[in-house]
Design a protein around this ligand. Structure first.
Ligand code: C2E
Ligand code: MG
Ligand code: MG
Ligand code: MG
Length: 281
């Protein structure tokens, strides 16, 4: 008999397991302990105004350094966490850590900036997001306007009533909602009027080819027009070159996130960026 496991559809056959599935299991065992062992950390990547280099926001990105296996990238362990349910405790840790850190920076006198956290569709499906966020804000003392939730199109797919209700609750609390990786999902554009969003993030796959590929440029341009028409703000992800920056500026995108300005950095480095308030252009 056969059991489907993992999003890559690994299959276990009687008495045999492929190497990939074994790796997945070993990873799960370690990830299960990662929180209690203090192996998780948030790094922060600033969002920058193209005009003057000022830090206008930041995104919290999860990092896992396993004692036994070293650094594992979120692209590898987030899907595993989603499939095993570990995303729930991990996601809660992320939300709380981001709120407490941002409040600590504000308490230290640094200029207040919004922090964005990534929340999986799995978390929205479980109905746990708005309650978790409310508690994290209460416990940390962070004002809701300094928190943003990033979600992907998959949140709004299928039976999305629970997601819609939680998004409305988050909005009612004063938290902003940002649509990550815009244009890479499978949803229809209809959700843009149905769901209460504040911001679109142009995915890095379009930004990457923006100066070399007419199609990517057209998609980026249409995204910006759409955002303007719907009164949403727009951020470009994965900006690596001055050519990309300049092109994005020409088509009306002023906020950027990417290696051109800063990689995601540990909290102490983010504190220095906040203190300066800007990056060199
Ligand atoms: P994302 O939310 O779209 O985050 C952007 C990713 O692009 C990050 O990868 C970031 O390090 C990377 N990046 C930023 N600027 C550049 C650039 O100029 N060039 C290139 N090539 N890459 C750039 P990272 O940190 O590896 O995270 C990958 C994905 O993992 C995230 O994509 C997000 O979907 C997920 N993720 C990360 N942290 C969390 C988390 O706390 N919770 C959940 N649910 N997902 C998370
Ligand atoms: Mg994101
Ligand atoms: Mg993204
Ligand atoms: Mg992504």
């Amino acid at each position: 008999d056969m059991k489907k496991s993992g999003r890559n559809g690994f299959r276990f056959f009687k008495g045999e397991m492929n190497a990939e599935a074994l790796r997945w299991l070993a990873l799960e065992t370690r990830l299960r302990r990662a929180i209690e062992r203090g192996e998780l950390a948030l790094h922060y990547q600033p969002q920058i105004s193209r005009i003057d280099g000022s830090v206008v926001g930041m995104e919290a990105l999860l990092r896992w350094r396993s004692e036994e296996i070293g650094v594992v990238s979120p692209g590898d362990f987030i899907p595993l966490a989603e499939d095993t349910g570990l995303i729930h405790p991990i996601g809660e840790w992320v939300i709380r850590q981001a709120c407490f850190q941002n409040k600590a920076w504000q308490n230290a006198g640094l200029p207040p900036v919004k922090v964005a956290v990534n929340v999986s569709a799995t978390q929205f499906k479980a109905g746990s997001v708005s309650g978790m966020v409310a508690k994290a804000l209460l416990d940390s003392g962070l004002a809701p306007r300094y928190l943003e939730v990033e979600l992907t199109e998959s949140v709004m797919l299928g039976d999305s009533a629970a997601a819609e209700a939680q998004m409305a609750e988050l909005r009612a609390m004063g938290i902003s909602l940002s649509l990550d990786d815009f244009g890479t999902g499978y949803s229809s554009l209809g959700y843009l009027s149905r769901f209460p969003l504040d911001k679109l993030k142009i995915d890095q796959t379009f930004v990457r080819n923006i100066t070399t590929e007419q199609r990517s440029a057209a998609i980026a341009q249409a995204t910006i027009a759409l955002a303007q028409g719907l009164s949403l703000s727009v951020v470009a992800e994965g900006v690596e070159t001055t050519g990309q920056r300049d092109f994005l500026g020409l088509i009306g995108c002023d906020v950027m996130q990417g290696y051109l300005y800063s990689r995601p950095v540990p909290a102490h480095e983010m504190a220095q960026l906040l203190a300066k308030g800007r990056v060199a252009l």
